[in-house]
Design a protein around this ligand. Structure first.
Ligand SMILES: [Zn+2]
Length: 429
């Protein structure tokens, strides 16, 4: 083997090890139930969704409309599913399920969200006792219904606050999924210190405060190359950028999340506010059909998108709450309407100033898209008084970008450029 070949081999091994380090970092307790497989079975009269689990677990199931979704809430789980579990289970043409996701939702709570092609009725949901050396199985049977009946059943379950389906669990462990809760209310409430933002007055009295926001997380994986999820890429990058900014010694730095958990878009904004942020940087990495397109781009808020791609991207990124199965029907539509008030105009100008400087520094270390500073109605950038930008660090659908984003030394380059842009921005302000 020539020296060059050896070197290439070593590089490949190093990159593989680094990708392994990108695995989710939620701590695993020995007592957490383990999900080992998911199977979707399509029958003429029903679609059956089955989860293999190590324990007899409590669960809660409910439906959401627009888009049609079925949400299954579970205790915090360890996910040991086959890598291709989603692709493998989406083949049945007659299946009512068009896609599904699973993952950490908040402390104590894991979640599965099924995207339904049609209005669906939860016919039954129950747990089957394991036969010899098999797992427990949580079985959900879904049947077609009409939109009218679907909406009526959602309304009923909200007004009666009943959890008919949960009562169908037939086994041992006491079901304690409080019947008083509204359809999409939280269960198993518990907050970690990590989640509770510190009082604004206690931080950032002198140094500028920067909040780094790793996009997606937990039940919301973001985009994927089929090999790696956006949520892991953004977290790994946020940690490197965050610690680089800290080592500069001039800034207070916070991350909106430090592990693989789901955070709502509005919560990300409120973390920035409570931390007293002077700058908010949200990190993402897109995946698109055209695998040849690569390069980084920087986005700031605008009512009117700079181009169609930016508008599409904002629409996609704004869907995080829908993807995670959050019931938005009782909330003001903060995500869909991006209306900008006068106070926000000044903040938008500041955001733009930072974005322009950032593009100038970043183009020296990586390929950027043409017109790399773009505008669109990203919900996460809508803090009225925190200058906010969103960086799409590259395309996971492009092999070169994907490889770079998995490479720690590339992330370090990115972090240093961002550091320079941050220095420029605060020295001028
Ligand atoms: Zn994203």
């Amino acid at each position: 083997m020539s020296l060059g070949t050896k070197f290439r081999l070593l590089t490949v091994i190093l990159i593989s090890i680094c990708s392994l380090l990108l695995l989710p970092t939620v701590s695993v307790k020995a007592t957490e139930p383990v999900a080992t497989n998911i199977r979707v079975g399509t029958h003429s009269e029903k679609t059956r969704f089955v989860i293999d689990v190590s324990d007899n677990i409590e669960f809660r199931i409910f439906a959401l409309s627009d888009p049609y979704r079925i949400v299954i809430d579970l205790p915090q789980m360890v996910w040991r599913l086959p890598v291709d579990v989603i692709q493998r289970n989406l083949v049945g043409k007659r299946s009512l399920i068009s896609n599904f996701r699973y993952g950490y939702f908040r402390p104590g709570l894991s979640r599965i969200v099924l995207d339904m092609k049609k209005p669906t009725r939860i016919k039954s949901a129950f747990i089957i006792t394991p036969a010899a050396d098999k797992n427990y199985r949580l079985v959900v049977d879904l049947v077609k219904t009409t939109r009218k009946l679907f909406l009526t059943s959602i309304r009923k379950s909200k007004s009666k606050k009943s959890k008919k389906v949960v009562n169908k669990i037939r086994l041992g462990r006491v079901i304690n999924l409080n019947n008083q809760l509204p359809a999409a209310a939280p269960i198993l409430k518990k907050r970690t210190n990590d989640e509770i933002p510190k009082n604004r007055a206690t931080v950032g009295a002198t140094k500028p405060v920067i909040v780094i926001d790793p996009g997606h997380g937990g039940i919301d994986p973001g985009s994927t190359s089929g090999r790696v999820f956006e949520k892991h890429i953004t977290l790994a990058a946020a940690k490197v950028i965050g610690s680089h900014l800290k080592t500069l010694g001039r800034y207070k730095v916070f991350l909106t999340r430090r592990n693989d958990k789901f955070i709502r878009l509005r919560k990300r904004i409120s973390i920035a506010k409570v931390r007293g942020a002077n700058l908010f940087i949200s990190l993402h990495a897109d995946a698109i059909k055209n695998q040849r397109i690569r390069g980084l781009s920087v986005y700031t808020l605008s009512e009117k998108a700079s181009d169609k791609e930016a508008a599409d991207l904002a629409r996609k990124e704004n869907k995080a709450d829908v993807i995670a199965g959050v019931d938005l029907s009782t909330e003001s539509p903060v995500v869909s309407d991006i209306l900008i008030d006068l106070r926000q105009r000044n903040t938008m100008n500041e955001s733009s100033k930072f974005a322009v400087g950032l593009v100038r520094h970043i183009r020296k270390v990586t390929k950027i898209l043409s017109n790399a500073h773009r505008f669109a109605g990203f919900a996460v950038l809508k803090s009225p008084d925190v200058p906010s930008i969103l960086i799409e660090m590259g395309f996971l659908s492009n092999r070169v970008d994907e490889k770079a984003l998995l490479n720690p030394s590339y992330r370090a380059h990115l972090a240093r450029s961002i550091g320079k842009a941050v220095d420029d921005y605060f020295s001028r302000n």
